[in-house]
Design a protein around this ligand. Sequence first.
Ligand code: HEC
Length: 291
Amino acid sequence: MNPIGQFIDAWNDPAMRHAMVNHFPIVLSIIGIPFAVLAALIGRHAKAMRWMALAFYVALMASAFVTKDSGDEAHDAIRGSLSDEAHEVLQEHEELGEKVWWFAGAVTLLLGVSFVRTPKVRVPSAWVAVAGSLFLAGWVANAADHGGRLVYEYGAGTPDDIAQLFASADSPADATEDARVAFFRNQVRPILATHCLRCHNPTRAKRSGGLDQSTIAGLLQGGRSGPALVPGRPDESLLILAVRHDDPDLQMPLGEGKLSDEAIAALERWIADGAVWEPFEFARSRNPVPE
Ligand code: HEC
């Protein structure tokens, strides 16, 4: 894909769009400081400089508003894909982020007031604007730090194809490994979680053919009939035979209809690709079983 196509693709992804626009308020909040200081130092002289400072903070306010908006869209797009811990960071990030345009507006207002002729009003407001610009930059840095942690620690909003795009630049092997983990996480794990884990979990495995599907070890070891899967060989994997309803005596998920063709194909592809696994915590509360 050409760079422009890549850019448009990224722009159409809310999380990526937010990642791009957020740099405007970050940069502006830092460059704004010397402008505010200069505007205060030169007082009534050099009107152009004061207009510049004002324009800067208007731009900062607008870009912070746009960033907040794109952040809301990004939040909607990645909803549900975050751990509880990441969710807390996201909440703090949002609380910090949504106030940036507000503070930028306050600094803009103070800079505006510093245009009046009365020195008694002009001078203090100019210096309060300077203090405001410093405070604002610190605030933005804190919000940005939370945002950075979300992306780099928790992988928030980094879709598999884009993660792959970056990874493939230096290491194709890593990229396919990442893609397989992502495939497991996004396509396979949800099937297990929705249709299998409520019975095939550590506490209920005994009653479910002895098969625990919450770990790869459990699947490899299998249940009463032996290994539930053979990596690379879907046709020899009991799990696949069970979901295909090939054997009238073993039709899974028990008590539910057959899985969709897409779901079965996803399980087959996952096993054919080596059954790459990513450990996860089995939470009973999220997979309740009516006793
Ligand atoms: C409602 C509970 C329930 C659900 C949901 C369920 N199973 Fe089972 N499963 C069982 C029970 C009970 C057995 C043992 C009885 C049997 O072998 O027929 C079993 C046995 C199996 C076995 C054979 C284990 C062995 O070694 O004999 C496999 C493989 C299996 N299930 C796969 C799955 C898969 C894959 C899913 C999800 C798509 C699933 N099951 C969903 C209850 C369930």
